[in-house]
Ligand binder design. Structure first.
Ligand code: FAD
Length: 378
């Protein structure tokens, strides 16, 4: 195991930090702004397309370590802008990865090439109301009618739906799992207005409905049965949420550390109070441990897939819970300043509530880890 990053990788991290910070200086990437959100995310994608970032984890890039490089870079992007990170990743590592892994050559040419050039925004719709991915079947269905397929169903909470050029909708067709690739403004597709959320306000999210939505059969991707589509999509979402968790811990820790060094109370910088130092020490320990687990998970995803599934669940639970704790402790150190809307730590705290429930939630994650420990699942 070697989780060291090369100079080339560190340079990529610096490049991402600088490029996306520049965009963030000119537009509010983490504020709800339905009129500008598509333009904002397009700007970030265009910057990232000038680096290898969008290809990482999808295609081999010389000098980079696939998933491991991606995790290091994801942490940086998710710290600069949690909202931009979630949008970029839902487009690239959910929509794009599905096309990359399961699409045929003409589908890859149609969707993957523009996506990697930062010209296309994608979304992936899996979750349905009352759907528990472990137990319930998908109810979205496509029925063949001649050369076309007519789809009916509804999805709740789809990241990027209000701004996406294409939405990949998970469902059934011909009694097999399928992804229906639907272009915006296709008749029968209704994208509801962006919903208000506790955190990630710069990430546009909405519900979608499909009412007799007709698409050509070439716009369907059939993953192989052994791919277990819903579980695999959840796994990719969990990987994406590890990067999100690291970024939140990083930005909250750095805010608290910088504040502790400069803010004075009782005639001295608050870092002079031992209790503040202890808090920072605990936060850093959680952050560093999260990094190690996430990096190991990324490394294992490519070197030992059999071990990777269980490790990913352990990492998802630990990193998400740690992010919430680190952000919460940061707010205590920031005192009244932390409670004022608009600082990095309070924003990260609100986002951290999402990474606990999204993908495999902490509760379901623990159940599954327990089952694996008892040998009830592979
Ligand atoms: C902001 C946002 C963006 C989203 N974006 C997308 C997206 O782009 N694409 C997409 O497909 N989905 C998306 N989702 C949906 C998201 O993945 C689900 O909300 C999440 O998986 C939780 O499912 P649920 O809301 O149905 O909760 P439920 O499954 O109803 O869970 C509710 C509570 O019950 C617990 N629970 C449920 N089942 C079990 C069990 N078996 N054992 C123990 N505890 C259990 C859970 O841990 C949780 O505490 C998004 C959601 C939000 C809020």
């Amino acid at each position: 195991m070697n989780y060291d990053f090369s100079e080339k990788e560190f340079n990529l991290f610096i490049d991402i930090q600088e490029k996306v910070s520049r965009v963030a200086e000119s537009v509010q990437l983490d504020r709800k702004d339905p009129k500008r959100s598509r333009e904002n995310i397009k700007q970030v994608l265009e910057q990232l397309a000038q680096t290898p970032y969008l290809q990482l984890g999808l295609q081999p890039v010389e000098g980079y370590q696939g998933q491991l490089s991606l995790m290091g870079a994801a942490e940086v992007l998710a710290a600069v802008s949690p909202s931009a990170y979630l949008s970029v990743e839902a487009s690239t590592r959910l929509f794009g990865r599905a096309v990359n892994e399961w699409g045929d050559n003409s589908q890859k040419a149609k969707w993957l090439s523009p996506l990697l050039e930062g010209q296309l925004i994608g979304a992936l719709a899996l979750s349905e109301e009352t759907l528990n991915i472990e137990n319930d079947p998908l109810t979205t269905k496509g029925d063949r009618q001649g050369e076309s397929v007519v789809i009916n169903g509804a999805k709740q909470y789809v990241i990027n739906a209000p701004i996406a050029d294409w939405i990949a909708v998970a469902g059934f067709c011909d009694d097999a799992y399928a992804l229906f690739l639907i272009e915006k403004e296709t008749p029968g597709l209704t994208v509801e207005p962006a919903i208000e959320t506790l955190g990630y306000e710069g990430t546009p999210i909405s519900r979608i409905h499909l009412d007799n939505c007709s698409i050509p059969a070439e716009q369907i991707i059939f993953p192989p049965a052994k791919a277990e589509m819903p579980q695999t999509l959840r796994m990719w979402e969990n990987q994406m949420l590890l990067g999100a968790s690291l970024g939140l811990s990083k930005t909250a820790f750095e805010s608290a550390r910088d504040h502790a060094k400069t803010h004075r109370s009782g005639g001295k910088p608050i870092i002079a109070y031992q209790e503040v130092g202890f808090k920072l020490a605990d936060m850093l320990t959680l952050f560093q441990t999260s990094q190690l687990l996430a990096y190991r998970t990324a490394w294992t995803a490519e070197t030992n897939p059999k071990e990777a599934g269980e490790l990913l669940l352990c990492a998802k639970v630990f990193c998400a819970e740690s992010a919430e704790t680190v952000c919460s402790e940061a707010l205590k150190i920031l005192g009244g300043n932390g409670y004022i809307i608009g600082n990095n730590a309070e924003r990260a705290y609100r986002c951290a509530k999402y990474v606990q429930i999204a993908g495999t939630s902490t509760e379901i994650g623990r159940v599954k880890i327990g089952d694996a420990a008892l040998g009830y699942r592979d």
